[in-house]
Design a protein around this ligand. Structure first.
Ligand code: ADP
Length: 448
């Protein structure tokens, strides 16, 4: 080979003389060094962060998630109070730094039988970051909602709350969890929690409600006592069932026209027993036989399972309902699946199941045979006893003769206790007005 050619190919000879190449190498070199430095800085920052900070991640699947979320919603209020004691500049800084910028609303919506609608709103921190101070430790809360990840069990977006604080304050997490739990428990104390099914699990529906007093629901003479005694007899007789190998369950059916206190009584009964209520909507989209069975098996302890308006889901002519009712169609619960679930073969715990219906005649006898429904109670239109008792409850300081007179005027009519309540609320200040205006009530009733 020609030596001059070799020389020409030699890099030193070819590149060293070329200023563009030298500059290029120089730039690449600087770029590489910068990249290494940047990476190093990031690693160092990560390392320092890990050394100095500590984080706690609470996924939405965890039971404490809702507790912490509620507890957090109160933290920004209290930090605002702390900020009041600072000088003006500090006050502003803390306020801006701690307030969650996004709030999420949780609405408790109820439509009552009389058509009234009530809604309660509560605010919880929405997705985003904010700071608060707890027991002298600054904490960052970051609520993140995954847009691409769904919780496959219930179709809700996957969420996490991440709490970050200084490593030296790590014990504060335990305290926060305890506080959040205690607060949730306190909120429930003396109250009734209503659960609804969300996918395959039970979730509290709105905040716990004040217990309804049993005496506030006026049933016909001795009826309430009879049901309470029966339920208490069941609750305190676990051994009896165990010894005989009978599933530890008891079913109740309250039937009768609307507005006679079926739902209210179950609420009051739950309050009396210190139980919660799990409302199961059989027509809900996505329900299957397996899911129904699962829900009944995992219902929270000490709760009454309530199947309202059972006739809307399954009537005597099962096939017809299955095909004609689109809602049942969506839920995919079969009649035999419902019967199996009710029989409670797989539930390890006691099960108290209440069903309500306005039309017992439409129910399939298999659904309400003994063993599935052990006690059927008719709640009908107001009896003389109920009219007088309700009157006296609304106007306790007036002579009972007024109640007698009022009930006499209604003796030929069918009036529901809900209608009576509506009339008394309208004339809540005076029993005389309730009496004088009884015609307005009568005109809304079917003729005798
Ligand atoms: P149902 O479930 O039989 O349709 P609800 O329990 O929903 O009736 O009652 C509707 C409303 O009427 C509630 O506000 C409730 O307080 C009132 N009400 C109905 N029956 C009674 C009753 N027997 N005693 C007291 N209030 C009643």
């Amino acid at each position: 080979m020609d030596p001059s050619m070799v020389e020409g190919l030699s890099s030193s000879g070819m590149f060293s003389g070329n200023p563009y190449f030298s500059a290029g190498f120089g730039l690449i070199g600087v770029g590489a060094v910068l990249a290494i430095l940047r990476q190093g800085a990031r690693r160092a920052a990560d390392l320092t962060r890990r050394q100095i900070l500590v984080t706690l991640e609470i996924p939405s699947k965890d039971k404490s998630y809702q507790w912490v979320l509620r507890w957090l919603s109160q933290q920004h209020q209290s930090t605002e109070l702390i900020s009041m004691n600072q000088n003006t500049g500090m006050k502003k800084f803390i306020k801006n730094a701690t307030k969650p910028r996004q709030l999420a609303v949780e609405t408790l919506f109820q439509q009552h039988d009389n058509g009234n609608v009530s809604a309660e709103f509560s605010f919880v921190p929405g997705p985003g970051k904010y700071f608060f101070k707890f027991q002298n430790c600054w904490i960052q809360a970051d609520r993140v909602r995954e847009t691409r990840m769904l919780d496959l069990t219930n179709g809700a977006p996957w969420e996490t709350i991440t709490l970050t604080t200084l490593n030296r304050d790590r014990e504060v997490f335990q305290k926060i969890l305890e506080k959040a739990q205690n607060q949730a428990m306190e909120l429930q104390e003396g109250k009734t929690v209503i659960y609804t099914s969300v996918g395959p699990e039970w979730r509290p529906f709105g905040p716990p409600r004040k217990k309804r007093l049993l005496s506030s629901v006026v049933l016909d003479q001795n009826l309430a006592d009879m049901i309470v005694t029966d339920v208490n007899g069941f609750i305190h007789n676990e051994q009896w069932y165990e010894q005989r190998g009978i599933p530890y369950r008891r079913g109740y059916l309250l039937y009768g026209p609307p507005g006679t206190g079926k739902t209210s009584f179950i609420q009051a009964l739950a309050g009396e027993l210190g139980y919660n209520i799990c409302v199961l909507n059989l027509s809900e989209r996505g329900h299957t036989d397996d899911r129904l069975n699962h829900l009944l098996t995992i219902a929270p302890e000490r709760s009454i399972i309530l199947l309202e308006d059972i006739d809307a889901a399954f009537t005597k002519n099962r096939e017809k309902t299955d095909l004609s009712s689109s809602s049942v169609h969506l839920s995919m619960i079969t009649f035999s699946g419902l019967l199996n679930a009710l029989d409670g073969v797989s539930s390890p715990e006691e099960r108290i199941i209440f069903m309500t219906t306005n039309h017992i005649d439409r129910l399939d006898p298999a659904l309400i045979r003994p063993g599935r429904v052990d006690l059927k109670v008719y709640l009908g239109d107001a009896t003389k006893y109920q009219i007088q008792t309700m009157f006296n409850r609304f106007y306790p300081e007036y002579p009972e003769s007024l109640a007698l007179e009022f009930s006499e005027l209604l003796k030929d009519y069918s009036v529901s206790t809900a209608q009576l309540q509506g009339h008394f609320v309208l004339f809540k200040d005076s029993p005389y007005s309730a009496l004088d205006n009884i015609d307005s009530l009568i005109s809304s009733l079917p003729p005798p």
